[in-house]
Design a protein around this ligand. Structure first.
Ligand SMILES: *Cc1c(COP(=O)(O)O)cnc(C)c1O
Length: 399
């Protein structure tokens, strides 16, 4: 599908170009509906209450026989326009937007585990996901098995008669472990198990899990989908039937955030093209640097799961991690030495951001959990590549 050029960079056949597909969707006229009066960017509907014309319409609405808006917590035209785009981007039939990615994850888990049962989860999954399973679902009787999801066998071995969900995150967002998505989805279907995937890292530009057979795709839109570090949002994309069955927790996305997110989506393909290009160059630079142990980035040809990445993704986003060949004091010197790259806990925005587990309050605990003390995670932003390379270079000299 893709091949590397001069060791770095990715060339794709024109028919594989993910940027064109996404661009066609995000620049599609938002609503042909008269409601929006031809507005090119959908207007923000701020109301909570919608007036109904008469008794009979109210009754039909309550029976689900007429498609009208009634109350802002149930549905909003601005948010619906966003959901429509997200569904198209992921190749799903419908989408539901949330006030955060975390709210989307909780809702997806609740939908399938409300009667208890067992869930198989990949190791190193997003912290709040494992947090929910331990703090909220375990007391309700849900049992969890964590597996090394890099191959099919461990997932197969973990399946039990009461397994309801297989939860994937490919790649995970620190160690970048990929899972063979299609093989796992096929296996799950045979056992009547629901599959879910956190697709935040790859974005719908570079990975479309529904096409690989996954049932529910979850996003934190606070990262690349928004892309400007100015909003928190989440989404679930799936079939119309599964979306209709999701429990309604009331954690809806506001129309203002929906409009901002749609503005972010307009530049998603352009931003991802640049994030990928810069991250590829930076990963290659770090890979050759003597102060660095191991760079984890699925786009590097010597990455352990590079072949799987090529098979199931159309490219790579801009988040990567690397281990410094030094002690904790050296990590501190490096981080403090950066002039342009900022220290921060999240990723996926315009600005380059770095974080390291060595900054955690409970480093000892983290080490027991298998965290690597000198590992740094860099979100490669949209700055000029030379600015970033120079900044990293001068800071690495301080290690
Ligand atoms: C940030 C993040 C989330 C949670 O999203 P929020 O919008 O911050 O609630 C979920 N999964 C991954 C991989 C993330 O990085």
């Amino acid at each position: 599908m893709w091949r590397t050029v001069e060791g770095i960079g990715i060339e794709r056949k024109p028919e594989d170009c993910p940027f064109r597909r996404v661009n066609d969707i995000v620049t599609e006229i938002d609503e042909k509906d008269d409601r929006f009066m031809g507005a090119v960017a959908p207007p923000i509907y701020e109301n909570s209450i919608y007036r109904l014309p008469d008794f009979a319409t109210a009754k039909l609405l309550n029976k689900g026989e007429v498609d009208r808006y009634m109350y802002g917590k149930n549905a909003n035209p601005t948010t619906d326009a966003l959901a429509h785009k997200l569904a198209l981007l992921e190749g799903g039939e419908a989408a539901q937007c949330y006030s955060s990615g975390t709210a989307a994850i909780f809702t997806a888990l609740m939908a399938s585990l409300k009667h208890g049962g067992h869930i198989v989860v990949v190791a190193n999954v997003y912290g709040r996901t494992s947090g929910f399973l331990k703090q909220l679902f375990h007391p309700l009787g849900v049992t969890t098995t964590y597996v090394d999801g890099t191959g099919l066998q461990a997932v197969k071995d973990a399946i039990r008669s009461d397994t309801k969900v297989i939860y994937l995150e490919s790649p995970t967002s620190w160690q970048f472990e990929l899972q063979p998505i299609q093989a796992i989805a096929d296996l799950a279907r045979k056992h009547n198990i629901t599959t879910m995937i956190d697709n935040t890292w790859a974005t719908p530009v570079f990975q479309n899990p529904i096409g690989l057979g996954v049932d529910l795709v979850i996003h934190s839109a606070s990262k690349y989908l928004g892309g400007h570090s100015d909003l928190v949002a989440g989404a679930i994309i799936s079939s119309r039937e599964r979306i209709a069955q999701l429990p309604q927790l009331g954690a809806v996305l506001s129309p203002h955030e929906s409009a901002k997110l749609m503005k972010g989506l307009r530049t998603l393909p352009i931003r991802m093209e640049r994030h990928e290009k810069s991250a590829m160059k930076i990963a290659d630079y770090l890979n050759r640097n003597a102060t660095i142990h191991e760079v984890r980035y699925p786009g590097l040809p010597d990455f352990s799961q590079y072949e799987l990445a090529r098979q199931q993704m159309h490219g790579c986003s801009g988040l990567l991690s690397f281990e410094l060949d030094t002690d904790l004091a050296g990590v501190e010197r490096f981080i403090n030495g950066l002039r342009h790259v900022s220290i921060g806990g999240s990723w996926g925005g315009f600005d380059s951001i770095i974080y390291t587990t060595a900054m955690s309050a409970n480093v000892e605990e983290k080490l027991l959990e298998g965290f690597i003390p000198t590992q740094c995670r860099l979100s490669v932003g949209l700055e000029h590549m030379d600015t970033l390379l120079e900044d990293l270079d001068q800071a690495l000299r301080k290690v």
